[in-house]
Design a protein around this ligand. Structure first.
Ligand code: LLP
Length: 422
């Protein structure tokens, strides 16, 4: 559920009419709901309340400082995948002992940053990474806690570009080689093995792939303990999906997911970590855009918006569906039509939806893309020299810009001319 509802004929973000924000900041823009962010974090937190746990928000899904502050203040940890995300987490006041460092290509500089700034654990993804981490840790006189990310070879049944748990994917070490890799880690003086990490993919809409992966992790825990390793923490990754189309059956809830975790690994007495991104931030955000033109093609109507693929890349990149709704509530029985909904960018891939049935709209009307909080603003660019669109945060009846739209001058001034051209 979210806090973007029609009230008095107008779409609201919590208690603020979306049209009021549009009038203030211009379009397109992202808007986030504080109440939805908090609610979704709390759902996960409560779903794991049967044991020792930490919910680490996958910052890659939405990394604005205000969002990190809200979740950090609510008690969330952070899952970071770069020195940039680590710095963002720290800048928003998240203590190092609540920050987990994931990712296949951590550099020695990033390791140095996190060890000196404080880190809960590194999720190590390969032997060469382990060697470098050990060297960096020793050079700093530190012993750093690690888990090893195992690749359980499980089909996550999601879009190929966001599945990560099959043997052909670049992530983790094959689970079949876990014993030798853990033995290698145990010999390294700069590392302290504390657990196992797994993440099989994103936007999973069934629990079965999680169940298959977590059962393998449970078996591996017993095997590694028998080998003499301390396995006291399990990082079970993120990936629980959200209903992008309201008409679809809802994916399993965090409560079901928490119960599944308890059933598969609860008996091991480990501290549980999870790294959800999308389920916390996805339905906490809208992208709001304005209709520039309604253009008649030979056999179709194009709805040309001022938002484009550079602002929200998901449809172009993953054929993703986002519900697109008018900001003025359609009256019951309002005329429906079909549109190809597109942006102004100069390529055909700049298409948000084809033949989408929706109420008739006209130039200057506002439309909202639902479920755009996750992997929306963070994946945006300035392609076609379209300045990054602003992010706005709502809390009750107040709203504030949390990342302003750069002016054209600011955008252009980021380029510098080499002396020989000046
Ligand atoms: N942990 C790890 C190690 C991950 O790689 C990811 C996502 C997550 C946690 C969070 O997954 P979530 O709970 O958000 O599903 N840009 C794509 C999604 C990429 C996901 C990458 N990894 C999209 O727009 O669908």
């Amino acid at each position: 559920m979210d806090h973007f509802l029609y009230r008095d004929g107008a779409l609201h973000a919590e208690d603020v009419p979306v049209a009021e924000i549009a009038a203030s900041v211009g379009t397109p823009f992202y808007v986030y709901s504080t109440a939805t962010l908090k609610r979704h974090f709390t759902l996960f937190d409560e779903a794991l309340s049967w044991g020792d746990h930490l919910v680490c928000f996958a910052m890659k899904s939405l990394s604005n400082q205000a969002v990190i502050k809200i979740l950090g203040d609510a008690g969330a940890g952070m899952d970071v995948v770069s020195g940039g995300e680590y710095r963002r987490a720290k800048a928003a006041g998240v203590p190092g002992d609540r920050i987990v460092f994931s990712g296949v290509g951590k550099t020695a500089e990033e390791m140095h940053l996190a060890i000196t700034g404080g880190i809960r654990q590194f999720n190590v993804e390969s032997e060469p990474e382990m060697v470098v981490l050990d060297q960096v840790a020793q050079s700093l006189g530190a012993v750093v806690p690690i888990t090893v990310r195992v690749n359980p070879d499980v089909d996550a049944k999601t879009h190929a570009k966001i599945a990560t748990g099959k043997s052909e994917n670049k992530f983790g070490i094959p689970i079949s080689r876990a014993r030798e890799v853990y033995a290698m880690a145990a010999r390294m003086p700069g590392l302290k093995v504390i657990g196992i990490d797994v993440h099989i993919g994103s936007q999973l809409t069934e629990l079965e792939p999680f169940e298959a992966a977590y059962k393998k992790v449970a078996e591996l825990t017993e095997v590694l303990r028998a080998d003499g390793h301390e396995i006291s923490r399990l990082d079970l990754g993120g990936g629980l999906g959200i209903p992008y189309a309201r008409s679809n059956a809802a994916p399993p809830l965090p409560t079901d997911y928490g119960a599944l975790i308890q059933r598969t690994v609860g008996h091991l007495g480990c501290e549980i970590e999870i790294e959800p991104g999308r389920l916390i931030s996805g339905n906490a955000g809208l992208m709001v855009s304005k209709v520039i033109y309604v253009k008649s093609g030979e056999d179709r109507e194009f709805l040309i918006l001022d938002g484009a693929m550079n602002d929200l890349i998901r449809p172009a990149m993953y054929d993703a569906w986002h519900d697109i709704v008018p900001v003025v509530e359609p009256v019951p029985g309002a005329e429906q039509t079909r549109y190809d909904i597109v942006g102004p960018v100069c390529e055909s891939g700049d298409t948000f939806a084809k033949g989408r049935e929706m109420p008739v709209v006209k130039a200057d009307d506002l439309v909202a893309f639902r479920s755009a909080g996750a992997y929306g603003a963070v994946m945006s660019s300035e392609y076609n020299s379209r300045p990054m669109i602003p992010e706005v945060l709502v809390d009750g009846d107040q709203f504030a810009v949390i990342r302003p739209r750069p002016t054209y001058e600011e955008m252009i001034a980021r380029d510098t001319l080499p002396v020989w051209l000046d």
